[in-house]
Unconditional design. Structure first.
Length: 180
């Protein structure tokens, strides 16, 4: 390999992605003899590790009851309970890390769950088709403030799905959730 490694090669090597055995061997051979590229590879590896840690720390948009319980052991969690077709106002305390909207909805017989987080006017922020859920659960726990950037916002959570082969609207609730 002549010259220096480019950023894409360094990033792919640091992330352990998209390289076949011959490419890895060539890059490692170059890194062994090139202090400049070895230093850049170390920086890339450090960045990849930090990014993985950040993304690993983010909770999923939907949480099972067990995941929610576990999260309360390591984070300050505030739960806002809401009925499937209700509107609620819930001020989030300043010390809260994660605000969860817990929607009372019967998932008995539901074969598929789609989730849409929207602005109060219905414009979608995030849509998840075929979301993972607990069959037969009586609640859906939605982590909203991590996924919606605004600090003072009202939003809607729309849940739809398929039950017995038929599309159904499971929930359409609005939550005003400003931070105190």
């Amino acid at each position: 390999m002549s010259g220096h490694l480019d950023e894409q090669q360094l990033t792919d090597y640091a992330a352990g992605e998209r390289l076949d055995a011959a490419e890895v061997e060539a890059i490692e051979g170059h890194l062994f003899g090139c202090d400049s590229c070895a230093a850049r590879a170390a920086e890339a590896a450090s960045l990849v590790t930090r990014l993985r840690d950040v993304f690993r720390a983010l909770p999923p948009m939907l949480m099972s009851d067990a995941e929610l319980e576990a999260m309360t052991r390591t984070h300050q969690v505030q739960v806002c309970n809401v009925g499937a077709f209700e509107q609620v106002f819930a001020t989030v305390s300043p010390h809260v890390d994660i605000a969860v909207t817990r929607i009372a909805v019967d998932l008995t017989g539901v074969e598929r769950l789609d989730v849409k987080l929207c602005a109060a006017d219905g414009a979608p922020f995030i849509e998840v088709s075929g979301a993972t859920f607990e069959p037969g659960a009586k609640f859906v726990n939605v982590v909203c403030d991590v996924h919606i950037a605004s600090q003072n916002t009202a939003f809607r959570v729309q849940l739809s799905g398929v039950r017995g082969g038929v599309p159904v609207q499971l929930a359409d609730c609005t939550v005003a959730q400003p931070r105190a």
